[in-house]
Write a protein that binds this ligand. Structure first.
Ligand code: NAD
Length: 519
């Protein structure tokens, strides 16, 4: 709460339940354990997406500031990587409790900067918190392997060790969850961490940094810089940075993967998506329609795992009118308003882009069954709102199908059979998530085995794995070898040292040099 007050100065209530800010505050850099004002001449405005009021400013950190941040990470690495694993574990045990204690404050900040509803913002924190909870099992997760007696008197064992300074580049859509996929996993393994939050939602990351400091993380173990392309290029190029975790669009992710890899870094890049929900005619109708609507329009469709494409198989095509009725029931409003289901999009540009993709569907022969383009939200006329939109008669060659819309728009295709549906899904370049809705186990099994997508739900619309598993998006939704969090996350943030040791008894000492390969 104290940090929120310092992030955003003097609040003035405009109307019940809604705040505006009389003076604009600035997002600080977090360098070597201090929250410092940037000396940058270049600043970006932060907007409340529900009103488009400027609520703060974020700097594009200067080159010197970015150097200071990475130098701080490098210095801290020497001691942090040698700190006992139990001490690191204790910090994250305290951290998860502090996040729990502050979940409502974090959620308020997310709603203010990102726009999603307060309940959904709590979910954003909660799903990140689960990763932090999982890091508390580091004493098991970092275990090496041993194989005794590989030959006489010789044992082999491995240590899992940190790799150095790691960096994270985050998107706007999950201001808490995605940074929490990044630095806690990296740090608990003994790495130090440089985070660049999305320049559109920096506040939540700053509050998470403060809580981590309160949990006892030593100065320099986490540093935070702000900015856009220059900051990203700095991270991709700086030789002290050994690994980069990225989440965001394909345009940025492909670029970062290429530039970071060329510089010899490990890169894991989670990118865009087009997630299909395949509805079989034998599915539980009530359940399926509710799940589809929730997963397509929740968070205003600004989730990489949003179920943005429905494929209605056979007779399930007759469910469209009921699907539309359910979507009509959702309430579009500012995220902090009671009863809001669908909040605003992040920016006027995002709204314009979503509207133009809807229009492209119309121009190419699709039918708009529910049109959210002209939605009016009383008291929030300047917000970036688009209401739930359902576009039917869509075919795979249409722009609204090919592009990730990232808004509250469900595009609907039809298929004659499960095989046809699988063909459509596998032809789409993305492989983040998908779901099948059915009561037929054999159909579900066939789908999960034949569909080329990394995360599959069976009657589960948004199958984001819990942190004991990993976030396994695939194909155009991911670049890299090891995925985020879970065992793969530990693998990404560690390297393995293998020791082969021989302890011979005195009487077994070699009598002459061995010049041939041992057999
Ligand atoms: P974005 O790519 O615009 O921004 C992400 C980060 O990259 C930001 O920190 C930004 O400063 C930086 N960036 C932006 N453009 C860049 C460029 N051209 N070069 C270098 N860096 C750049 O993404 P966003 O709009 O913040 O987030 C939405 C996107 O993220 C969607 O495509 C969504 O599917 C994707 N996403 C994917 C996952 C996943 O797990 N696969 C999760 C969340 C979001």
């Amino acid at each position: 709460a104290t940090l929120m007050r310092s992030l955003v100065k003097k609040r003035v209530p405009l109307q019940k339940g809604h705040m505006c800010y009389s003076s604009v505050s600035t997002a600080k850099l977090f360098i070597d354990g201090k929250f410092v004002e940037s000396k940058s001449p270049e600043w970006l405005d932060i907007h409340n997406p529900a009103t488009n009021e400027v609520i703060g400013r974020v700097p594009k950190a200067t080159h010197e500031e970015m150097l200071a941040a990475v130098d701080s990470c490098s210095r801290a690495y020497h001691t942090w990587s040698e700190t006992s694993i139990l001490a690191r574990q204790q910090i994250f045990l305290r951290y998860q409790q502090l996040i729990k204690d502050n979940i409502k404050e974090l959620a308020k900040l997310i709603t203010l900067e990102q726009g999603k509803t307060l309940a959904d913002a709590e979910g954003d924190v909660f799903r990140g918190l689960q990763v932090v909870e999982h890091t508390c099992s580091i004493t098991s997760l970092m275990l090496g392997e041993t194989l005794p007696s590989i030959t006489k008197d010789m044992d082999t064992y491995t240590y899992r060790l940190p790799i150095g300074v790691c960096a994270g580049i985050a998107p706007f859509n999950f201001p808490a969850m995605i940074p929490l996929w990044m630095f806690p996993m990296g740090m608990v393994c003994g790495n130090t961490y440089l985070l660049k939050p999305s320049e559109r939602v920096p506040g939540c990351a700053m509050m998470l940094a403060k809580l981590l400091q309160d949990a006892g993380a030593p100065d320099g173990t986490l540093n935070i810089i702000h900015g856009q392309h220059d900051a990203v290029n700095f991270i991709c190029d700086h030789p002290a940075i050994k690994a980069i975790s990225f989440v965001g669009s394909n345009q940025a992710g492909e670029y970062i993967y290429e530039r970071g890899s060329k510089n010899g870094k490990r890169v894991q890049s989670n990118m865009g998506a087009k997630n299909h929900g395949v509805v079989m005619p034998d599915a539980n109708k009530e359940n399926t329609l509710n799940q589809l609507v929730g997963a397509a329009f929740g968070a205003a469709g600004q989730r990489c795992m949003a179920l943005s494409t429905a494929i209605l198989v056979g007779e399930a095509r007759n469910w469209l009118p009921e699907l539309v009725e359910r979507a009509k029931g959702l309430r579009v409003n500012a995220g902090d308003q009671p009863g809001a289901d669908v909040g605003p999009l992040i920016s006027p540009q995002a709204k314009e882009r979503v509207n133009s993709l809807i229009q492209s569907g119309v121009d190419e022969g699709a039918k708009v069954l529910l049109d959210g383009r002209n939605v009016k939200v009383k008291g929030y006329e300047n917000g970036n709102f688009v209401g739930p939109t359902i576009v039917s008669n869509v075919t795979p060659d249409m722009k609204c199908y090919k592009e990730e819309i990232f808004g509250p728009v469900l595009v609907v295709l039809e298929a004659d059979s499960l095989d046809d549906a699988i063909r459509i899904v596998n032809k789409n370049p993305y492989g983040n998530g998908t779901a099948i809705f059915t009561t037929n186990g054999a159909a579900a099994r066939k789908y999960t085995h034949q569909v080329d997508v990394g995360q599959i739900g069976v009657n589960v619309p948004i199958p984001v794995p819990l942190p004991m598993f990993s976030f396994t998006g695939s194909r155009a939704s991911f670049r890299g070898d090891t995925n985020f969090y879970g065992k793969q996350g530990i693998q990404f943030y560690t390297q393995i040292k293998t020791v082969t040791a021989q302890w011979k008894a005195e009487d077994a000492t070699l009598k002459s040099p061995a010049v041939t390969m041992p057999t």
